[in-house]
Design a protein around this ligand. Structure first.
Ligand code: FE2
Ligand code: FE2
Length: 476
């Protein structure tokens, strides 16, 4: 049973009050965090009452407590999933040995880097999404946006706790730096590419939560296998929250597909210009946004061939998603074949499995994405519309790894650089697509009975409340 102390300044189930030094250090970081939240969190909604779930313990009934709160009063806490008794390392060279409660000196730098890289994505996404409230399609959606935002803030807390408790002065410095970098800033950008991209409309937001938060899911699944037990327990609990973020993305796009297909059926029109005039987003535009966010998110898994991935695995720092499902937990034998484009032609390269583990994780991710896309397509088909959304080739529009910056089309063929530029606007959001999407989303919908025209209402509300519930009480 987790022993949750909710009355302290920082709610936690890690016995924070027994470690006064750590408690003091985190209490000193807390006002800096709140300062960051007030500066970079959702703009213009900090005094509103939002129907949020707050984790108050990790038990099945305690981790999702619902009620109206102002975002700055959200109780950001530190929660580790319950320890697994006698847990042993499940993969790599140290398989079968007891897991670590402390950071082994020789893995200190690598673990710190893994934690900082994960931690940096959390505030980054809040920064990317900070203006979206001003164009929300409904109060239901506005509340979901803020739920995602406060939980990304909590994920930052989760990583900062590890830095403070296990990495001494370096960890404290990294925790400060996490509040200093800014998404998209040329001088002090966030660490990973996708987290510096603008996310200023709701089509991007839903694609982001579907594709980019899903990268988060797979990184967390791989870290949940870690031999460093506090990291494993932290990420296991984060995964329960992450599921909601992907739900927001998947159902958001699904509702947009539903609405567009419905309007196509009712109007008998299918030309993008006609559909745009009818105030819905045509499927070509949706496909281009999909291509963008999918390719940006694929980059987050790193290079196809990676000696870092191999050593993280060998040393037990980062495993594969759901390591249990594999038979060979050492991954010492076996190869993974990757396509490489060299001197004008493709060749197949056999990579020792451990060096290809980024690609193995990416495979699991691609499969998971496809499941969601299939649901969208079933929704479109249910209206008798024959459009099919597709994941482009994973070689398309990549900026990391073997296919970085190659002119590759959506089907995965290398084409002339000039033809890529000529086709770019067919494959990726064009300036006019962006202007159109923005033009649909110029004003927020704050009436609980209303829903923007470009999206269908959800099937149900949150926590048994009706769809038209006042999920956000605006500060008059
Ligand atoms: Fe997160
Ligand atoms: Fe997330």
């Amino acid at each position: 049973m987790s022993n949750v102390i909710n009355s302290e300044r920082i709610p936690n189930n890690v016995g924070l009050s027994e470690d006064k030094r750590l408690q003091r250090a985190l209490e000193e970081w807390q006002p800096n965090y709140l300062k960051w939240w007030n500066e970079m969190g959702p703009e213009g909604f900090q005094r509103d009452q939002i129907f949020l779930r707050t984790a108050i313990s990790v038990d099945s009934d305690g981790w999702a407590n619902f009620g109206h709160v102002k975002m700055p009063d959200y109780r950001w806490g530190i929660f580790l999933a319950d320890a697994v008794k006698d847990r042993t390392i499940g993969f790599g060279d140290n398989m079968g040995q007891p897991v670590w409660q402390q950071v082994p000196g020789e893995h200190r730098n690598s673990l710190r880097r893994l934690i900082v890289t994960q931690g940096d994505t959390e505030p980054a996404s809040v920064e990317q999404q900070r203006l979206l409230g001003h164009s929300c399609p409904s109060l239901y959606d506005l509340r979901n946006l803020f739920q995602v935002n406060v939980e990304e803030g909590r994920h930052l807390w989760a990583m900062v706790y590890l830095l403070h408790s296990h990495f001494g002065r370096d960890g404290r410095e990294e925790a400060e730096a996490l509040l200093e970098r800014r998404s998209g800033d040329v001088d002090k950008p966030r660490i990973l590419g996708a987290f510096n991209e603008p996310c200023t409309d709701w089509l991007s937001f839903f694609m982001f939560t579907f594709f980019t938060d899903r990268d988060g899911k797979f990184q967390l699944l791989a870290l949940a296998e870690s031999a460093f037990d506090p990291l494993s327990r932290t990420t296991r609990f984060m995964l329960t929250e992450e599921a909601h973020h992907m739900f927001v993305g998947e159902t958001g796009i699904l509702r947009m597909c539903d609405r567009t297909a419905q309007v196509m059926k009712e109007s008998g029109k299918d030309h993008p210009d006609d559909l745009r005039k009818l105030g819905v987003i045509d499927f070509g535009t949706m496909q281009r946004y999909l291509n963008l966010w999918y390719s940006l998110s694929l980059d987050l898994f790193g290079s196809e061939v990676s000696s870092n991935a191999a050593s993280f695995f060998a040393n037990g720092l980062k495993g594969r998603a759901k390591e249990d499902q594999y038979e060979d937990h050492r991954a010492l034998e076996g190869f993974y074949t990757i396509d490489r484009f060299n001197e004008g032609r493709w060749s197949k390269d056999d990579i020792p499995l451990r060096n290809a583990l980024n690609e193995v994780l990416r495979d699991a991710y691609v499969e998971d994405c496809q499941r969601g896309v299939d649901k969208w397509n079933r929704t479109i088909a249910a209206h008798g519309v024959s459009v099919v959304l597709k994941l482009p080739s994973r070689k398309f529009h990549r900026h990391v790894g073997a296919n970085a910056n190659l002119p590759i089309d959506v089907a995965g063929n290398v084409i002339a650089t000039g033809s890529f530029s000529a086709k770019r606007d067919e494959w990726l959001p064009s300036e006019s697509d962006k202007a159109f999407v923005q033009s649909l989303m110029t004003a927020p919908v704050f009436d609980p009975k209303q829903m923007a025209n470009w999206i269908s209402p959800p099937k149900q509300g949150i926590k048994g409340r009706p769809v038209d519930f006042e999920y956000v009480r605006r500060d008059a």
